[in-house]
Design a binder for this molecule. Structure first.
Ligand code: PRX
Length: 665
């Protein structure tokens, strides 16, 4: 039985929602009276035309009744940038800092106010228009974490163009595939960026990608707009005197950002957008290999991003909020760009890594800006835990109030570390479960209102009705574990997959008609807390016992000698499936038969004899994507000794795979 943690007075005092009952009341209202509930949020924004009477929400979630669709505030017209920029300036917040930008090198930093941001957005939007980009056109963005990235996304929104940000760690093949899939007119990038001591020449990747798109995929990107970033930052490693010799310049195609915006006006008429007009698309990986272009629209996304940010981070004027996610992922879209601006927040945007120049960079940034809300990923927390507490001790972290986690289930060990050492036991942890597809948080704690359990995502956000189904689609009431699905749309849910509505219906709505299927498993405990147990494909059934790999991983990392664990299923002739575990050890610990026995015993004790793993293997590292997700597909192959592992180009460090094969017992 996990211990329940209640919000501390430090959090409750400032909270806009300070009791569990109040949360329950509001959640009930959000389900019973969605129009009243969401109209409260909508009234903070400007609508050129109101929505059509009686059409606040219409949807079909049941594939047997026809095509799936979701529409919020149909007929209402607005432009998201008016709401998150012009209105803030008009209301007197023009001089408020929108972003503090902190570079990879600690000596590089800057800031931008709401007024200045609006001006930059308008200039870039005018420039895009002058190149024939208009409503509905696609613009690909392959950028580091710099202010121009937000400017570019918002400029697209200003003129109704659909931005498609591709994380600037993807290969040229991936970028080419994504640009040609959406038929992007323009690509926006930077010459390069430093990540720690590593120099990335993004422009070269873009050149390769544009060439591949043209020659192999029959799509020509017309222009490539380049931010001259390297010239203005402090080098973090060896570099030739002139960075401009590191890449080619293609006359007629390439344009410098600073040159193309130079003479543009700071005024730009916003495009009039329907509530359901597309705002952006973002590719996410799919099980078939072809990425899925998740499409989000205007009004619903604005309402949902605004509300989740407001309640989940409990943002208050004068707070300094910091989300460490890259803009290349949905977390960066919603919680670096749209949601903080919609709430007129001041954010930190960070270009660097947690380990440069030293392993205390995160804590240095928290101290420097007096960060009140920090939002990061368990993978980052675990990698920082490894270095010990002394790095935290050097910094004053007392400004913190809310600590967010996202991207994967947070194992209790990491949770405790975050809670006790980073937050000194005074902060609320919000473990936010959501997906590229959901647009914003769907399961989470709320800082002053809900109790917390280490490792549990908590409760549904407003408008969200989670259901747990068994294999046969039967609803599991009360405590139980199964498929996590949602029975109705909230405003931020994606509307389709770009250019492939069929696939959208098939992937998300066909397994259990009537429900949006997340692909994740969840467990509801006796107290009603929801625990996300990992992707369904990470579920395994050992002798009839359904369990999740993340559950076992958590138990393994409870041993102080283990720094990280990944568990996969391996076919077993008697038990159906068995557990195969990979473990990374903390510095100075050796891998011995005793350690293996201890861990097996611990799992037996914590979960049950049926969960005892067949194999525990030493791992010097794990095959991870650049965003830090473990590629379990590869681990499953290693577990069975199959060397045909396919494409490893998306791995942050492909050499780790060879090591793992060598270490098989
Ligand atoms: O498996 C869940 C996991 O990440 C998946 C969504 O990945 P993506 O679309 O890349 O978006 C990540 C950022 C929102 C989910 O299906 N996931 C995300 N957050 C959590 C999580 N699993 C458990 N707990 C979370 N807090």
């Amino acid at each position: 039985m996990s211990r329940v943690y209640h919000p501390s007075s430090h959090v409750v005092e400032k909270s806009r929602l300070s009791s569990f009952n109040k949360y329950k009341e509001m959640h009930k209202k959000s389900l019973e009276q969605p129009e009243e509930f969401w109209s409260e949020i909508a009234k903070d924004f400007y609508w050129m035309t109101p929505h059509e009477p009686g059409k606040f929400l219409s949807y079909n979630f049941d594939i047997n009744k026809g095509d799936i669709f979701v529409k919020w505030m149909e007929g209402a017209k607005t432009n998201i940038t008016i709401n998150i920029l012009d209105r803030k300036v008009r209301d007197g917040f023009g001089d408020r800092i929108a972003y503090y930008w902190e570079g990879n090198h600690p000596e590089d930093y800057s800031r931008i106010t709401y007024k200045k941001l609006l001006e930059q957005v308008c200039k870039f939007a005018n420039m895009l228009r002058s190149h024939g980009v208009g409503k509905g056109d696609r613009v690909s963005i392959y950028m580091p974490m710099i202010l121009e990235t937000a400017v570019c996304m918002l400029a697209c929104a200003r003129i109704g163009a659909i931005h498609s940000v591709v994380f600037a760690g993807f290969s040229s093949d991936s970028l080419a595939e994504r640009m040609s899939d959406c038929k992007a007119k323009i690509l926006v990038t930077a010459d390069g960026a430093w990540r720690g001591e590593k120099l990335l020449i993004l422009k070269n990747t873009c050149d390769e990608a544009m060439e591949k798109a043209r020659t192999k995929l029959n799509h020509t990107v017309e222009k490539c707009i380049v931010v001259a970033h390297l010239d203005r930052v402090t080098p973090c490693g060896p570099i030739s005197d002139d960075v401009r010799t590191l890449y080619k310049w293609n006359d007629g195609v390439d344009l410098w950002w600073h040159e193309v915006i130079k003479d543009q006006s700071i005024i730009c008429a916003p495009e009039c957008m329907d509530a359901e007009d597309p705002l952006f698309m973002l590719y996410t990986s799919g099980s078939t290999g072809k990425p899925k272009g998740v499409l989000h629209t205007t009004a619903g996304y604005l309402l949902y991003a605004t509300a989740t940010f407001r309640y989940v981070f409990d943002y208050d004027a004068k707070d300094i909020y910091w989300c460490t996610a890259d803009v290349g992922w949905i977390t960066g879209h919603t919680y670096v760009v749209y949601a903080p601006l919609a709430n007129c927040a001041t954010s930190v945007m960070f270009e660097g890594t947690p380990f440069y120049p030293d392993n205390d960079r995160y804590w240095e940034v928290v101290e420097k800006y007096k960060v009140t809300q920090m939002y990061t990923a368990p993978t980052a927390i675990r990698s920082l835990m490894k270095f010990g507490e002394q790095y935290l001790a050097k910094h004053d972290l007392t400004s913190l109030r809310v600590l967010g986690s996202v991207g994967e289930p947070i194992n209790p060990e990491a949770w405790y570390w975050y809670y006790n050492l980073v937050g000194s036991g005074r902060c609320s942890i919000v473990d936010t479960f959501w997906q590229t597809e959901t647009g914003g948080h769907v399961l989470t704690s709320l800082p002053g209102a809900t109790p917390m359990k280490p490792g549990a995502a908590g409760f549904p956000f407003f408008g969200v009705e989670p259901i747990i189904l068994d294999e046969n689609g039967k609803v599991i009431e009360g405590p139980g574990e199964g498929y996590l699905v949602f029975s109705r749309p909230w405003p931020g849910i994606m509307r389709t997959l770009y250019g492939d509505h069929e696939r959208y219906q098939k992937v998300y709505f066909s397994k259990f008609p009537g429900y949006y299927c997340t692909g994740d498993g969840a467990r509801r405990d006796e107290d009603g807390f929801l625990w996300v147990t990992g992707r369904i494909d990470d579920m395994l059934n050992v002798s009839g016992h359904l369990m999740s790999t993340s559950e076992v991983e958590s138990v393994l990392t409870e041993d102080t000698r283990v720094s990280e664990a990944a568990v996969v299923s391996k076919p077993h002739p008697q038990k159906g499936e068995s557990l195969y575990c990979f473990i990374i050890l903390n510095e100075g610990v050796s891998f011995t038969p005793n350690l293996v026995n201890d861990l097996k015993k611990h799992i037996r004790n914590r979960i049950g004899a049926f969960a005892a793993p067949d194999v525990i293997q030493y791992a010097p590292g794990l095959p991870k994507t650049r965003s830090g997700k473990i590629m379990r597909r590869i681990l499953r192959k290693i577990a069975v000794g199959d060397t045909d592992i396919g494409d490893t180009s998306t791995l942050a460090d492909p050499s780790v795979v060879e090591e793992l094969y060598k270490n098989r017992p």
